[in-house]
Design a protein around this ligand. Structure first.
Ligand code: HDD
Length: 728
């Protein structure tokens, strides 16, 4: 045998071993071929998708075909073909007049390949461009029946869903962890048609009337001259707008709070924001607000961590969601309703329910659980599903109707209109991810990208030629019927009701409901963002706004900016809503990332800890000086001192001492970000040498006790006691 072959075989064997250790086989998953170092020489059939991945459903839960293709038409077939299906024998060389000659115009494959590539990108969403999606299932509890007749809320009814999370301001390639509002859009493929709940992780909005949407977005997007900064609100135009447009104050307060930098999509609340009108089987109506409550609790990053992550792992939230689903840690949210009477005034406890800058505190109208959402499958293809999904608030089902909130009303126009350019035509509902699972019979015809081959000759009503089909549904056939509500006697005006003028009571309510630690973070966020503005007048004007929210908030931000504190404003007394704080509760530690700096001298101890972490539903990541297998222990380093950074982990365990400065940095960052730290063996010396002792740092000889204490600390997410807040 030639020596080269022996070396190659040995390398292949080693690669296979490491691959198996890093990616242990998933029970029940179809066996996949081991990766090879050389290019395959024989054609083979399509590869199956990974067990956590599927495309849009091809049949509804009751067996109705959804029209989605059975298996994606992909590049996994045996032979490469043209788009017309003709087999090709070469795709690496253009057709030329001789090897050194010019390329011939007749080369159809060259022209088709480049033509298609030139048009692979479509316009990104004008807002919410950066997003990530997942498939799942929603199961109704049946508890909403007294207020809402929607079938999907019925007891035990299972409805397939697709959820897309997003940031608002950044471009499609921007970082996940920037300070911003997060989109939380859910498409329920119900048996009565699609219902889209297009919400955010913040329950209020910047504007009360949709006509101002271009203004707030132009202000938040990068400056038009230099197109900077990307995916940020920390710049002059944003603060110029919100400091002069005070109805934005409530939303701004939420953005500057920890809600603006979620730890994960899995640990965010979601809100439908607007008030909806619900109808029950007896035709009675109620007003309601939708809430998503995460089973893992509401958790956030700290600001420095968010900034580091934007560079270290710009895909942090995407990766987190996909990994969690792949590993079987399926994230869940309970859907809840706040129910308010449908009074002629459409107010509740003095709160105008048509004003999207106002919340209804949960203490006044408790959130009543009506169903459970589980995200359990990753998309098969990002573009086909996550990019092409199109949400629209007008996708309503019997039992759920709109209200006259002027923001809601403008949105009803925008979401259809925007798809015409983004998805190039009016037939975007025929894209597999958007196809309803209920039968569709719409008489819409032709247009760009028409997929259907419609039969019949009479796409109009009334007709006799197609037997009068399709017929309109009668009351017993469960049609969607707009609620017939008397309109107030009115004149045409361009103005808002007087109740919309109160811009400060609820921001104050939010501020006063936060704990001192959370208030500290709000002060820092305002100080940071305004500190990035160049125009002095903008900072001073925002301080005037803050003076109307709270004197301490205003004074602390002014101190940070080095500016005089404006005169005290007359402030309303508010009753805090403890439900608005995200601290003070204990949550499951499922799916948390635990970094473990290994001790090469005590790999048995590391193995035990790793197994306990896994058994606890958390994810252990072993960090060692170099990659690859750790001795003969059967363990493999998933991170090295070069590739690991503290921000990836929710808690850090240090099993071994190491003179490496990157380990010291890892410990110090985890400490600074109020994370739980545990150490045993020689690792204790490493933590002490980094100067990181105090609350939330567990040092003990018994590794299992260290892990147990760290897991308990994770229940509260962070160890805030480490840094007493500056604000009482
Ligand atoms: Fe919007 C996208 C949420 C106000 C116009 N919006 C979009 C998405 C979310 C929201 C989550 C991303 C959907 C996806 O993942 O595809 N938007 C909101 C919320 C609002 C809101 C919670 C206030 C309560 N939006 C709003 C207004 C307008 C729009 C007032 C226009 C008048 N939004 C759009 C849009 C987008 C969109 C331009 C861009 C891409 C798309 O619709 O499909 O139509």
């Amino acid at each position: 045998r030639k020596p080269g072959k022996v070396v190659k075989a040995a390398v292949e064997k080693a690669v296979d071993k490491v691959t198996e250790l890093v990616n242990p086989p998933i029970p029940g998953a179809p066996a996949s071929e081991p990766p090879s170092l050389t290019e395959p020489t024989e054609p083979r059939g399509p590869l199956p998708p990974k067990p956590d991945q599927t495309g849009p459903e091809t049949v509804s839960p009751t067996g109705t075909p959804t029209g989605a293709p059975q298996l994606s038409q992909g590049q996994q077939g045996e032979f490469l073909t043209t788009a017309g299906g003709t087999r090709l024998y070469d795709t690496d060389h253009s057709l030329k007049a001789g090897e050194r000659g010019p390329t011939l115009l007749q080369d159809h494959h060259l022209r088709e390949k480049i033509m298609h590539f030139d048009h692979e990108r479509i316009p990104e969403r004008v807002v919410h461009a950066r997003g990530y999606g997942a498939h799942g299932v929603f199961v109704g509890y049946g508890t909403a029946a007294n207020v809402c007749k929607a079938g999907f809320l019925g007891d035990g009814v299972e409805t397939p869903v697709f959820v897309r999370f997003s940031t608002v301001l950044g471009s499609r390639g921007s970082a996940d962890t920037v300070r911003d509002t997060r989109g939380f859009a859910t498409k329920f493929y119900t048996q009565e048609g699609n219902f889209d709940l297009v919400g955010n992780n913040i329950p209020v909005f910047f504007i009360q009337d949709g006509i101002k949407f271009p203004d707030v977005i132009h202000a938040g997007k990068p400056h038009p001259d230099r197109e900077i900064p990307q995916a940020q609100s920390a710049h002059d135009t944003f603060w110029d707008f919100v400091s002069t447009h005070t109805e934005a104050t409530h939303h701004v307060l939420w953005n500057m709070s920890d809600r603006g930098i979620p730890r994960s999509y899995r640990t965010m609340e979601g809100f439908g924001v607007h008030t909806f009108r619900l109808v029950n089987a007896d035709g009675e109506t109620a007003l309601a607000k939708f809430h998503w409550k995460p089973k893992l609790g509401v958790h956030s990053l700290v600001w420095e961590e968010a900034q580091l992550l934007a560079g270290v792992d710009p895909d942090f939230h995407r990766r987190d969601l996909a990994d969690a689903i792949e590993s079987g840690a399926h994230p869940q949210w309970e859907l809840g309703l706040q129910i308010m009477p449908d009074s002629p005034q459409q107010t509740f406890e003095g709160i105008d329910l048509l004003d999207p800058t106002k919340i209804v505190p949960e203490e006044l109208a408790p959130v009543q659980p009506v169903g459970l959402l589980t995200l359990n499958r990753n998309p098969l293809n990002y573009f086909a599903e996550t990019e092409q999904v199109a949400f629209h608030l007008g996708n309503l089902v019997p039992g759920i109707d709109v209200t006259d909130d002027p923001l809601f009303q403008a949105r009803l126009f925008s979401y259809l209109d925007t798809q015409l350019t983004r998805l190039a035509g009016p037939n975007f509902n025929q894209i597999p991810i958007n196809r309803p699972h209920a039968p569709v019979n719409d008489m819409f015809r032709d247009g760009f990208h028409q997929h259907a081959v419609h039969a019949g000759v009479a796409p109009y009503r009334p007709n006799t030629l197609d037997g009068g089909n399709p017929f309109v549904a009668k009351a017993g056939d469960r049609p969607f019927v707009e609620v017939a509500r008397p309109l107030p006697k009115a004149v045409k005006v361009r103005s808002s009701p007087a109740s919309f003028a109160d811009h400060f009571t609820q921001p104050r309510l939010f501020w006063q409901s936060l704990t001192p630690v959370e208030k500290d973070h709000v002060v820092s966020a305002f100080t940071f963002e305004l500190g990035k503005c160049y125009e002095q007048a903008i900072k001073e004007r925002e301080l005037l706004v803050l003076a109307n929210v709270d004197a301490t908030l205003c004074a602390e931000v002014a101190k940070g900016l080095g500016l005089p504190v404006p005169e005290k404003a007359r402030l309303k007394k508010v009753t805090p809503s403890p439900a608005l704080s995200q601290l003070g509760q204990t949550w499951p530690s499922d799916g948390r990332m635990i970094g473990i700096v290994v001790d090469p001298a005590d790999l048995d101890g590391v193995r035990t800890v790793r197994e306990t972490v896994l058994a606890g539903g958390m994810v252990p990541l072993l960090i060692a000086p170099t990659g690859g297998p750790l001795g003969d222990s059967g363990l493999v380093a998933q991170r090295t001192f070069l590739t690991a950074r503290s921000v990836e982990f929710d808690a850090l365990l240090v099993a071994g001492d190491s003179p490496d400065a990157r380990v010291t940095l890892m410990i110090q960052e985890a400490f600074r970000h109020a994370k739980a730290i545990g150490a045993w063996g020689t690792g204790r010396a490493a933590v002490e040498a980094a100067g990181c002792t105090g609350p939330g740092v567990v040092l003990d000889d018994d590794a299992s006790k260290v892990l147990a204490d760290v897991t308990t600390l994770l229940g509260a997410h962070r160890v805030w006691e480490r840094f007493p807040p500056a604000i009482a």
